[in-house]
Write a protein that binds this ligand. Structure first.
Ligand code: CP
Length: 333
């Protein structure tokens, strides 16, 4: 590691309010706001009944142009658990996009119905286009191979609960680092917190994009190494973030079949890891984590799922401007 965190140098001088804010990447939130969301999510987890009416009268739209289990259902559960309601579609084949409607027109329309929108789309930049057309906050639920900011919020909450911090960690990211949008969001955000050593584990064909590496290079307190072999580095890691090879983003089926099983984490490999290493995975998994690892206390990926719902509850209530009853802000402490 190259020195002290310089997050303050990377932070925007002016923080914009959470209320009404669209979240397309986590750069839309200050580090202080991310810390506040982490704190809110913890509060929500221990005050489920108290917060159950927070968003009464609110409506969330989930516009999912791409498959999802966790993200869509957790966005929806989050609003329902806060007392609000949900509309939307899962699969664009039932929406007017099939008649040629643009994202902008869809968002101008849906803005009349709801208080907040979560959108997933296969094209990079689609969520930004949506936010510019909408008159309500838009949250990016994944845009192509670009970003997945609310997954990163779930990842940060998991690191916080496992280690009590999100910095001073050696974080291995393994698998499809080219198309894995969760990887890109996580690296960019951890760079803002500072003091993270990244170990980027991938085959040559699936290396981390240059724009993400540039972000690490621009952060004096962070560093990275790129390797192909998981076993040779697993013992150095505090966190192992496994990823699925993103079949849907490959142009060539043969390449996918050749690369999909490059890394399979099993108990034999876990035996070489630190006793408190945390294994994260945004899910869904295919073969890259053997089911036997699920019973290992270091497996944190289903904890991540729960944290995803809690962080989305924190985010949804914040962008619509509804206070959680009894919540004391971090800044007031
Ligand atoms: N982690 C994640 O985005 O999962 P889904 O594709 O099921 O939403």
């Amino acid at each position: 590691m190259k020195g002290e965190p310089l997050s303050s140098e990377l932070e925007p001088a002016i923080e914009t309010p959470m209320v009404g804010k669209s979240v397309i990447t986590l750069d839309d939130l200050s580090i202080r706001q991310i810390r506040e969301l982490l704190h809110k999510a913890q509060y929500i987890d221990s005050h489920r009944k108290e917060v159950a009416h927070t968003c009464e009268g609110r409506v969330l739209a989930t516009l999912f142009y791409e498959p999802s289990t966790r993200t869509r259902l957790s966005f929806e559960t989050a609003m329902l658990r806060l007392g609000g309601k949900v509309i939307g579609f899962a699969g664009a084949q039932l929406a007017s996009v099939t008649k040629g409607e643009t994202i902008a027109d869809t968002l101008k329309t849906v803005s009349n119905y709801v208080d907040v929108v979560a959108i997933r789309h296969p094209k990079e930049g689609a969520a930004l286009v949506a936010s510019r057309a909408a008159s309500v906050p838009v949250i990016n639920a994944g845009d192509g191979g670009h970003m997945h900011p609310t997954q990163t919020l779930a990842d940060l909450a998991t690191l916080q609960s496992r280690f009590g911090r999100v910095t001073n960690l050696t974080v291995g990211l393994c698998g499809d680092l080219t198309f894995g949008r969760t990887v890109h969001s996580l690296i960019e955000t951890l760079c803002r917190f500072g003091n993270v050593n990244f170990v980027l584990i991938s085959p040559d064909e699936l290396k981390t994009p240059r724009y993400v590496l540039d972000r690490i290079d621009a952060t004096p307190s962070c560093s990275y190494t790129e390797v192909k072999d998981l076993v040779s580095v697993i013992g150095d890691l505090d966190v192992l973030y496994m990823t699925r090879v993103q079949k849907e983003r490959f142009f060539n089926e043969d390449d996918y079949l050749r690369l999909r099983d490059t890394y399979i984490l099993d108990e034999a490999k876990m035996a070489k890891a630190k006793p408190d290493m945390a294994v994260l995975h945004p899910l869904p998994r295919v073969n890259e984590i053997a089911v036997e690892v699920d019973d290992d206390p270091r497996a944190a990926y289903f904890e991540q799922v729960k944290n995803g719902m809690l962080m989305r509850m924190a985010l949804e209530s914040s962008v619509v401007g509804d206070e959680l009853p009894g919540y004391e802000p971090l800044e007031a402490k």
